[in-house]
Design a protein around this ligand. Structure first.
Ligand SMILES: *Cc1c(COP(=O)(O)O)cnc(C)c1O
Length: 379
């Protein structure tokens, strides 16, 4: 393949091309239905999504961050409360906690990028009300340990499943394991809308009703507002587009799993390269494919020089973000998250990559690592 090949980290072109016709038909139907807020498509999408996750309740909301903050609010978590969240996540996980007035208490992750349950236990105080495990990159967190800890300490578990649509842990779907499950339909997620969207899942009808109310001005009926809610609803149009994609999600998830197998196989013998760590009890639907390398920046440059764009998820852990300066964390507080931040690299990874693109990526990584293996650093 020519070195002029440009492979962006992510592109929605393939997705749009595949579904354009179905999107247009859905759009046309919505125009005719004319119910752009809380229309039938929202209800239908909620029912279908609940069935997929294996829960009785699903509430469409405005985005993943709001799914998390509504969940916390519905559990009456607020000022004076603490919620344990991983230092290695997208910042929205912590922002949700801050948004309800509670304090995010960060803990380190393991080398598999997921929250370390042993450290969660150490972070629990008399103020702790909930734990938010994040199924990062589609890999389920250690839910057995987290759920038994939560039962022992009487804490709510809110799953951040924003990257894990269809991932399973011991056969159960992410989003059905804790008290509440939170999803994002940001366009680049495994199930992504043509704009913002989110969902909260649970097995508890009254909790779902509370979330629905909080997302709709705290409204009980046309005239009565039972509590001070906000406007955090899912649009009918987005629900209609998401229904198109949901009907094909199983196929796309299978493609991601197959693609991950190819990455794992083709990159297995690369000197210096650490591949993602997987667990037997999990059936992940891969959202990202993150490798680690001691010369990460040089690997990144070598790929960029050959047209391959990569990203780092996440280059600044939450405890070192300026936004959370007041929490008082210091470099060195979460050594694993910091080690990952310095060595990890996300390769382009999505179901619309073609064979040529995938081979091009493999070839470049293999070549870089072979040269590294021959270098003075190799023991
Ligand atoms: C994307 C994401 C969110 C936030 O979702 P939005 O829909 O973008 O608000 C929260 N947590 C994680 C882990 C995410 O990846």
């Amino acid at each position: 393949m020519a070195t002029t090949t440009r492979i962006p980290f992510f592109s929605l072109k393939g997705m749009v091309a595949e579904y354009r016709h179905d999107f247009m038909a859905a759009f046309s139907q919505e125009l005719d239905a004319g119910q752009f807020i809380l229309g039938k498509s929202v209800k239908d999408f909620e029912d279908e999504f609940a069935r997929l996750v294996g829960v009785t309740e699903a509430v469409g909301v405005s985005n993943g961050l709001d799914a998390l903050s509504l969940s916390l609010a519905a559990l009456d978590i607020g000022a004076g409360d603490e919620v344990v969240v991983p230092a290695n996540s997208f910042i929205a996980t912590a922002l949700a906690v801050s948004s309800v007035g509670a304090k995010p208490v960060l803990v380190d992750c393991r080398l598999d990028h997921l929250i370390d349950p042993g450290l969660v236990e150490k972070a629990i105080t008399s103020r702790t009300k909930a734990i938010i495990p994040v199924h990062l990159t589609g890999h389920p967190a250690a839910m057995d340990a987290i759920l038994s800890l939560s039962q022992r300490c009487n804490l709510a578990v809110i799953e951040d499943a924003a990257q894990a649509h269809g991932s399973r842990y011991q056969g159960s779907y992410c989003g059905a394991l804790g008290r509440l499950g939170c999803f994002s339909f940001y366009p680049t997620k495994n199930l992504g809308a043509l704009g913002d969207g989110g969902m909260v899942t649970c097995h508890d009808k009254s909790l779902a009703q509370r979330i629905r109310r909080l997302a709709n001005y705290g409204k009980q009926d046309r005239d009565t507002h039972l509590e001070r809610g906000s406007n955090k609803r899912l649009d009918s149009l987005q629900a209609a587009f998401l229904r198109v994609l949901l009907s094909d999600l199983a196929d796309k998830n299978r493609k991601r799993v197959e693609l991950a197998k190819r990455y794992l196989h083709n990159l297995a013998a690369c000197p210096g390269l650490s591949l993602p760590i997987t667990h037997n009890e999990c059936d992940p639907v891969w959202h990202l494919f993150i490798v680690r390398h001691p010369e990460r920046d040089k690997l990144r440059e070598a790929l960029a020089a050959n047209g391959v764009e990569t990203l780092i998820h996440y280059s600044i852990p939450i405890h070192l973000q300026p936004a959370y300066k007041d929490l008082g964390y210091m470099p060195g507080d979460f050594p694993v998250a910091e080690e990952l931040a310095n060595t990890m690299l996300s390769l382009p990874f999505h179901p619309w990559l073609d064979d040529g693109e995938v081979s091009h990526i493999f070839g470049l990584v293999q070549r870089f690592c072979a040269a590294y293996g021959k270098g003075p650093r190799n023991e």
